[in-house]
Design a protein around this ligand. Structure first.
Ligand SMILES: Nc1ncnc2c1ncn2[C@@H]1O[C@H](COP(=O)(O)OP(=O)(O)OP(=O)(O)O)[C@@H](O)[C@H]1O
Ligand SMILES: Nc1ncnc2c1ncn2[C@@H]1O[C@H](COP(=O)(O)OP(=O)(O)OP(=O)(O)O)[C@@H](O)[C@H]1O
Ligand SMILES: [Mg+2]
Ligand SMILES: [Mg+2]
Lengths: 268, 268
């Protein structure tokens, strides 16, 4: 089982779009995939047409032991499931702030659950490096970093590097950045080309130092800007349900194959 | 003096791009404008080429009374200034969480400062409705809501409505939503047209009920997608410095005129 946190503290870079469509692509290739929505804004859940009420079982209830994963989980397709979020998660960061081992609450909740039948768990994180994201970082082995090739993308990189370093040292020695995925890419613009080369260079430099980023890969696949990807959530569908022949579907399919290939290499 | 918080808990919808370029446009029309960067990721500061070190005076030091606004402020042009942020603000939400009157810390800090010579204070907020954003909501009179015309935009609206209602009732009776500004607009797409009409309808419904949103206006100006707006930050410039003839400059100039016209109407 591979557990991947989709992380970037910058807003609107395609974390949710990637979490949902990557999991969907992997499930389309025959892997059982579980999407874990860890954002109080519940966008991954909304993307799939799931609008929880405050009383419905969510990932918050799983974390606070009011509900099991099995009870909160929602089946989307035979091979794709969702552990949904709702607004209660917003309270979690405050409430859990003073708990002992507050960064391990999600990991413990998942450990108690029967999840072995899943090949992939994909955690969609909010745009911050707060307590919820830290919980994701201790619960997974891999980080997938979606990045929009815009100027501020690079600034977030070094801050994320520091955070993952700390987490890997103190809280989760298995953690590493597996891959960076360029999203919302407009391939013929100069800005895109400049940021791409800066990101490559950054990863090159990082590979020289022992750290969770040492083997980080910039995926060859670029997720191109494609309005279909923005339309699919308004129908509660993945891109493969909504527009299977679109560039969006094609790109996420390729990204999934690359990520799956990485997994098999690492486990040899 | 008009104080405007630029707010949207959704990530990457153009809050920072709007805060910087709107303030710049207003200053270009002869108003003195101060941009207040309230995001720990300091994107408004970075956008203007300001990279504070941890020891430099920032809005965090102003809020914790280690520095005056005058000392922390940076002049960008004769009529445009910035109160910059740095990573120390990330600690603020935790540190200030247990302070008495924790939602009023920014307001009190601004009240102690000599800011009357400014016509506009524009506060750039992070993508959350946490303590920093609440501090913005109690320190200002108006909210400007940038929205990308995508599906999830609407979902954030009702949550933001609830939060502003609560703040207006309990913490700041002067607060109201002045305007919604559609950003990153791709005018010929069906998604854009659908979300625009949903937003109009939402505001119509809200106008029937007494609330901070009762007189909220959907600005006529649309900020169109324009790569120049994404390139300007990589040169540390506003759109008016970087590409004064671009659509981006033209659109933010129009938006500034609309917002200024709203201000003069309201004060009659
Ligand atoms: N490749 C793409 N082409 C076009 N639109 C896209 C693409 N990827 C994402 N979008 C749209 O852009 C917006 C932001 O994407 P998304 O919500 O996935 O980002 P995010 O990083 O999860 O944001 P947040 O920080 O708020 O969690 C959404 O409306 C989404 O539908
Ligand atoms: N109209 C536009 N056309 C093209 N690019 C834009 C436009 N507006 C903003 N951008 C770019 O899109 C990205 C997101 O914009 P911005 O950072 O202003 O959003 P934000 O709401 O402040 O994000 P966050 O939630 O992270 O604070 C930035 O790289 C910015 O340069
Ligand atoms: Mg998201
Ligand atoms: Mg911003």
């Amino acid at each position: 089982m591979r557990k991947i946190a989709v992380i970037n503290q910058k807003g609107g870079v395609g974390k949710t779009t990637t979490s949902v469509n990557l999991a969907a692509a992997l499930s389309g290739h025959g892997h059982r995939a579980l999407i874990l929505d860890l954002d109080p804004q519940a966008h991954a859940s909304l993307h799939l047409g799931i609008h929880l009420g405050e009383d419905d079982a969510s990932v918050y209830d799983v974390m606070t032991q009011r509900s099991s994963v099995a009870d909160a989980m929602i089946r989307i397709t035979p091979k794709l499931a969702l552990l949904p979020a709702n607004i209660n998660l917003a309270a979690a960061e405050m409430e859990l702030a003073s708990e002992v081992g507050r960064e391990f609450i999600l990991r413990d909740a998942l450990d108690r659950s029967y999840l072995d039948l899943y090949d992939y768990i994909i955690v969609d994180c909010p745009p911050s490096l707060g307590l919820l994201t830290l919980n994701a970082l201790t619960a997974v082995d891999d980080i997938l970093l979606p990045m929009q090739p815009h100027y501020l993308a690079l600034h977030g990189l070094s801050q994320l590097l520091q955070t993952t370093d700390l987490v890997a040292k103190r809280l989760n020695t298995d953690l590493r950045l597996a891959a960076v995925l360029l999203t919302m890419s407009e391939p013929n613009t100069r800005l895109c080309a400049e940021v791409e080369s800066d990101v490559s260079e950054f990863l090159q430099t990082a590979s020289a130092v022992e750290s969770p980023w040492q083997h980080a890969r910039l995926l060859d696949t670029r997720i191109r800007k494609n309005i279909k990807l923005a339309e699919a959530p308004s129908f509660g569908q993945t891109i493969f349900q909504y527009a299977p022949d679109s560039n969006g579907a094609c790109d996420y399919d390729r990204a999934a194959k690359e990520i799956d290939a990485l997994a098999r290499v690492d486990s040899e």
